[in-house]
Design a protein around this ligand. Structure first.
Ligand code: HEM
Length: 143
């Protein structure tokens, strides 16, 4: 009888464990990389380099660094499953009239990629973020 009860208790404990594992919410990429703090560091590092770049730096004359950084953090946060809602201008609104060239787009993306590497993201995390940023190219270049 005692053995039977013990067996039942083990089965009950195991089923609780299995149910808990099955329903554990999957971690978002946002959470995985360390959330707001990590994104804020990435864009802080990238923006310092972007603003002083000899080819693309001129585009950002008069654009407040803090504003751009906050908007980029918000936008990427939303893209990678964070609890944010981007409320800035649309990409077409903010880039139309700048006549950004394709190679200039890649210069900017390389700064973002370099910053992600510098703060310690893995290649896989880096690529998952870049994949989500890539389609934005068509809303920023030759407009
Ligand atoms: C994946 C690529 C890019 C993303 C995700 C991106 C994102 C953004 C965001 C979120 C803003 C702020 C919009 C707002 O003020 O509400 C912005 C503004 C701006 N972006 Fe980009 N951008 C990208 C590529 C580029 C490139 C390649 C350039 C130039 C080389 C550029 C130049 C600018 C400038 C100058 C502004 C400020 C516009 C203004 O306030 O009038 N962006 N961008």
């Amino acid at each position: 009888m005692i053995r039977h009860c013990f067996r039942l208790m083990v089965i009950a404990a195991l089923s609780v464990l299995i149910t808990a594992c099955a329903s554990a919410p999957e971690q978002s990429l946002y959470e995985e990389i360390g959330g707001h703090k990590t994104l804020n560091t990435i864009y802080g590092v990238a923006i310092t380099r972007i603003y002083t770049d000899p080819v693309i730096g001129h585009y950002f004359k008069g654009v407040p660094k803090k504003h751009l950084r906050d908007q980029l953090v918000l936008q990427t946060c939303e893209l990678i499953g964070g609890p944010c809602e981007y409320d800035g201008k649309t990409m077409l609104e903010s880039h139309t009239g700048l006549n950004i060239k394709e190679r200039e787009f890649y210069i900017l993306v390389e700064y973002v990629q370099g910053a992600m590497r510098d703060v310690g993201l893995t290649y896989q995390q880096e690529n998952r973020i870049l994949k989500l940023l890539a389609p934005i190219k068509y809303e920023t270049v030759y407009l």
